[in-house]
Design a protein around this ligand. Sequence first.
Ligand code: SF4
Length: 287
Amino acid sequence: MSSDTHFTDFKSDKQPTWCPGCGDFGTMNGMMKALAETGNDPDNTFLVAGIGCSGKIGTYMHSYALHGVHGRALPVGTGVKLANPDLEVMVAGGDGDGYSIGVGHFIHAVRRNIDITYVVMDNRIYGLTKGQASPTSRQGFETATSPEGTVEPPVNPQALALAAGGTFIAQSFSSDSQRHAELVQQAIEHDGFGFVNVYSPCVTFNDVDTYDYFRDAIVDLEETDHDPGNYEAAKDRIMDPGTEHIGILYQNEDSVPFSEREGIDRNMADIPDGAPERADRLVREFY
Ligand code: SF4
C-alpha cells in the first residue's frame, strides 16, 4: 500500500465506451478517489465486476480485476478476500446484475459480513441490452419489455440489506462526485461488508430517473438529524417510499467482519498439504 497514490493511478489506458454523460463515469471516478484516499494502490486492489454496462469498469480501472459471470461477482469477490485477506477487494455491478440474477448472492454476502466493498451502479434499467425494465425500475415504467408499464413494485436494495443483517448501508449520487467518493471511502473503511447503492443515471434508455430528477429529489441525510447508528431510524428512512436519500442510512459500529467471527480461526489461503492434487484428481476422474 502506498500513501502517495493519486486516483489517476487507478485509470487504465482503455477508453471507456460508455455513452457520453453516463452516470458510470462519475461512479468510477469516485471509486478511484476513495481507493487512493484510503491508501490503496493498484497492486493491492482487486476489482470484481459483474455483467452489464457497469461491468466494463474492470477494464477501465487499473488494478487486479476479473470481469465475471452475470450476477456472480459477489461470490468471486468473497473468494478473493478469503484467499488473500491482505487485498482490498471491491465488487462493482449494476441493478440488473446485483438485484435480479445476483440477488441471492447479495443477501448472503451481506449476512456473511465479509470485509469487502460492493458498489452498485443503479440506473433502474438494463442499459447494455438496450432498455428493458430492471428490478429497481419504478412501477408503471414503460419499456420495450413493459409497453404498458411495469406491474411490479421495485426492489428496495437497502431494505434487503437491512433485513439480511447489513452493517454498512449507504447511497450516493454519481454526479455529486465529492460526496460519492466520501461515501465509498467510508464503506472501504468499515469493518465488514460496505454496501453503496449509487444513483448512476442511464442517459440513453431511462428518461425518467434523470440527473434533473435526482438533483431535485435527493435529500442528503447529513443535512438532516438522521443518526446512522439508530436501527429503527434507518428502517424508517429505508421504508419511506418516494424519498431519494444519499448518505449513510445505517452503520453498525460494533460490526464484526467475517474473518474475526468465532470459529473462523485460520486464513483460507493456508491450503492444506496435498489439497490441490486431490482436487485435480477429483476433477479429472469426474470428467
Ligand atoms: Fe450508460 Fe445507459 Fe449508455 Fe449503458 S446504455 S453506457 S448505462 S448511458
